[in-house]
Design a protein around this ligand. Structure first.
Ligand code: AMP
Ligand code: GLY
Length: 441
């Protein structure tokens, strides 16, 4: 089968790498790709957010499957255009992608489907925002209602800062969702969906803040590891039963079936498992770690989802190893990242046992050298027999990467490796549903 992968980042590089390991996949193309993807497969310089351009490329290449990586093309309707051209596509329609593109929409669907999540209110002016902040109290959680690449959320004890973030969203004509604070370890679970059926991948943990010990501003994600030895038994089943399947059922019921990955971001709180957010695509950098362990051929699996045949797909098989991905970001990320710097040492990283480099914001300069081209530049991904070994290998790799001003976290997977993550005993039970309430007019 021939596959076209849409997107420019680390997630797409990881997907391409896994597709190339699938014996049923004969040819892979990517658009627009990055320097790492370009070393593996032909890339095409089109606008990934342009539905007609993507559909035309897919038709020209006569691919059997299009895999859409990031949220922006999904929200722009790329899947709809490809589907309308009669080509199977792994990625939700524009309507279904609202589960990520609008946090308020996601909250409505969760309420309708009985999915446990944080209590929340939508606010569209300063008065409503202040009222909602005082209802829930500190720590304050204020989320830009639209797409913000993981950077639209402010969690703070400072009420003025919370109000200021809301105001910056109002100033550009937006609204915010203000929530109760969810306390407890966070987990990312990717659930493959074919419109009806759901199959969960192995849970991972992401590190959202820029600095060690979860300090500094939120980013798209600075590292990840999987599996989670400390996760309660039955967590994945609970996510399917209480979150993913009800959501998929609700979306089908609304006439906007969900095909693609439902990314369930969870907090394991004292009061039970709660959804923090939905995304409608694979997580980045979790995917780099999760796919490193997946033994089931990826192309066949994604094609089955695209065709509504996940119930016929083979059962997932996983490596016994643990995978760790450590992101190397450019100077000044997540603010205005510095770009255009040479990246050296990558060949040496790839030579390490159990280690490989996944490119994110990279490109080739005029001389054909790899340079930084984005905030998150690359991830070093390592497999090891346990988390301790995988971390050691990943950080050995990171030490070899030379990038002026490059920054990375030194504590990816550290707490888990030390056995320091505690999940409050909830017997895996979910207590109640907390629906969204509209702010007072
Ligand atoms: P989101 O874009 O909704 O995933 O939020 C980004 C990050 O903000 C999450 O990964 C959490 O670390 C944090 N966050 C979001 N919502 C909450 C909440 N209700 N309580 C605590 N932390 C949250
Ligand atoms: N790593 C989190 C995300 O992809 O949104």
């Amino acid at each position: 089968m021939k596959v076209l992968v849409i997107g420019p980042g680390g997630r797409e590089h990881a997907i391409v790498r896994s597709l190339l390991a699938d014996p049923n996949v004969s040819e892979v193309h990517a658009a627009p790709g990055n320097a790492g993807i370009g070393k593996l497969v032909p890339t095409h310089a089109i606008d990934a957010n342009d539905p007609d351009a993507v559909a035309a490329l897919a038709a020209k290449l006569t691919v059997d499957l299009v895999v859409v990586g990031p949220e922006a093309p999904l929200a722009a309707g790329v899947s709809d255009a490809v589907r309308a051209a009669g080509i199977p596509v792994f990625g939700p329609s524009k309507a279904a992608a609202q589960l990520e593109a609008s946090k308020a929409f996601a909250k409505q669907v969760m309420a309708e489907a009985g999915v446990p999540t944080a209590m929340a209110r939508v606010a569209s002016n300063a008065e409503e925002a202040a009222d909602a902040l005082d209802t829930f109290g500190a720590p304050y959680v204020v989320k830009d209602d639209g797409l913000a690449a993981g950077k639209g959320v402010v969690v703070t004890n400072n009420r003025d800062e919370a109000l200021a973030h809301a105001q910056t969203c109002f100033d550009v004509g937006g609204s915010v969702v203000i929530e109760e604070f969810l306390d407890g370890p966070e987990v990312s679970v990717f659930v493959l969906c074919d419109g009806r059926n759901t199959v969960a991948l192995s849970p991972a943990q992401d590190f959202k803040r820029i600095y060690d010990n979860d300090e500094g501003p939120n980013t798209g994600g600075m590292g990840a590891y999987t599996p989670l030895e400390w996760a309660p038994e039955g967590l994945v089943q609970e996510v399917i039963d209480r979150v993913a399947q009800p959501t998929v059922n609700e979306m089908a019921h609304r006439g906007t079936p969900f095909v693609g990955v439902l990314f369930v971001g969870l907090a394991l709180t004292k009061r039970g498992t709660r959804v923090i957010e939905f995304n409608v695509r694979f997580g980045d950098p979790e995917t780099q770690a999760v796919l490193a362990r997946l033994k089931t051929p990826l192309g066949s699996l994604l094609l089955a989802a695209a065709k509504g045949e996940l119930d016929k797909a083979e059962e997932l098989r996983w490596s016994k190893d643990t995978a760790v991905a450590v992101v190397v970001a450019s100077e000044n990320y997540p603010d205005t990242p510095r770009t255009g710097d040479r990246i050296r040492g990558l060949k040496k990283v790839d030579e390490l046992e159990g280690v490989h480099v996944i490119h994110a914001g990279t490109k080739l300069d005029e001389e054909g050298k790899v340079v930084s081209a984005g905030g998150r530049v690359l991830a070093v991904v390592a497999l090891g027999t346990d988390l301790v070994e995988a971390r050691e290998r990943a950080y050995d790799g990171v030490e070899l990467v030379q990038l002026e001003g490059g920054q990375f976290r030194t504590d990816i997977g550290r707490k888990a490796a030390r056995g320091e993550i505690k999940v409050a005993a909830t017997n895996g039970s979910v207590t109640g549903t907390l629906p969204v309430t509209k702010a007072k007019a």
